[in-house]
Design a protein around this ligand. Structure first.
Ligand code: ADP
Ligand code: MG
Length: 334
């Protein structure tokens, strides 16, 4: 395989973008000019966001594959669009590449990009390619469209709190990657894949957006359930109560915590990177929600309710005790 130096910046961009097979039907210009160009749909709102992944901070080259890294880099950005109830349409990707980095790694990374672009009908419409003195990094900007927009603000006292999927799998997977020898079990595979290759809940966000359900607030769980629930509470000026025995966990998670004597609750509450949707709705919408999700393959679980006071997140334990949870246990970069 040729080296980056031999390909040059434009040769590299050409080679990588030839991996990308999905082109949005309404695109006017994609990769190759100074800008990508597409028409704007009248009556729709545009939703945009950006996310960076830095080697050594967000991933280690020793524990992931380039394909999975490509899929994850796009998924975490698509998850932000899903969290607003939007449909992702286009992404722009900036790569920071250290000297002597492997072209074959980048090829496989783009093959991971291509998988997600095809799966969610998202066009990779451009980007930038720069050298980076030490670490490899990826920045993904995403543009989507929305009819109804769900924000963090709007949760009302009495609303029910729901979450998609299961909690804690990703952080337990990370723990396994960091501290144990690889093991061949299905549980190990399931949990580490939840960390290395999360699924953005784009389809589930679509179900919510198309339904008549009055979603009063929504966020995706990237920093941990409690920290992200606090984001909703602060924006909505309310508090929340959640129930220990209602927090959804996968059988793989439960078995592994038991087998390795790992306390499950901190992972469920503060683990982060689950990329599940956390949202609220008035109690009379619950039936409709469950009906809508019967068709989806993803679980949706009521984990608690919104209260006017105190403006805290309270955890009701199985034994009846009630704890005030801290808003600073989840992931924080600084
Ligand atoms: P400019 O000099 O105008 O910034 P570039 O030379 O950086 O343009 O990029 C040329 C074209 O290739 C542009 O259309 C840009 O969007 C695209 N591009 C650059 N880097 C990437 C990348 N890593 N992935 C996909 N497209 C890229
Ligand atoms: Mg450029």
């Amino acid at each position: 395989m040729r080296k980056i130096k031999e390909l040059g910046e434009f040769g590299l961009i050409h080679q990588l973008s030839s991996r990308l097979k999905f082109r949005a039907p309404d695109s006017i210009l994609g990769i190759g000019d100074d800008c990508a160009v597409y028409p704007v749909k009248s009556g729709m709102k545009e939703v945009i966001s950006t996310d960076a992944l830095v080697e050594g901070v967000h991933f280690k080259l020793s524990t992931t594959t380039p394909e999975a890294l490509g899929r994850k880099a796009l998924s975490v950005s698509l998850s932000d669009i899903a969290a607003m109830g939007g449909t992702p349409k286009r992404v722009l990707v900036t790569l920071g590449i250290p000297e002597n980095f492997s072209v074959s790694f980048l090829d496989k990374l783009y093959s991971g990009f291509n998988t997600i672009c095809n799966r969610f009908k998202v066009e990779l419409a451009g980007g930038d390619t720069v050298s980076s003195p030490k670490c490899f990094f990826i920045n993904v900007s995403v543009i989507g469209e929305a009819n109804r927009v769900f924000t963090r603000q709007g949760a009302k006292p009495g609303d029910l709190i729901f979450v998609t999927g299961t909690l804690g799998d990703s952080s337990l997977g990370l723990k396994l990657l960091n501290r144990t020898k690889k093991d061949g079990s299905n549980d190990y595979k399931f949990l580490t894949e939840k960390h290395l290759d999360p699924t953005a809940r784009v389809h589930e966000a679509g179900i919510l957006a198309r339904s008549k359900i009055n979603i009063t607030s929504m966020i995706d769980i990237s920093d941990g359930l409690v920290q992200d629930l606090y984001h909703i509470c602060k924006a909505s000026k309310v508090g929340a109560r959640i129930y220990e025995d209602q927090l959804p966990r996968s059988p793989e998670f439960a078995r592994t915590c038991k087998k390795r004597s790992i306390p499950p609750l901190p992972l469920i509450l503060n683990g982060g990177e689950d990329y599940e949707l956390l949202f609220t709705l008035p109690a009379d919408g619950a039936k409709n929600l469950n009906r809508q999700f019967l068709k989806a393959e993803v679980l949706v679980t009521q984990i608690g309710e919104i209260a006017l006071k105190p403006r805290k997140v309270l955890l009701k334990m199985k034994d009846g005790a009630q704890n005030i949870l801290s808003d600073s246990e989840g992931f924080n970069h600084f």
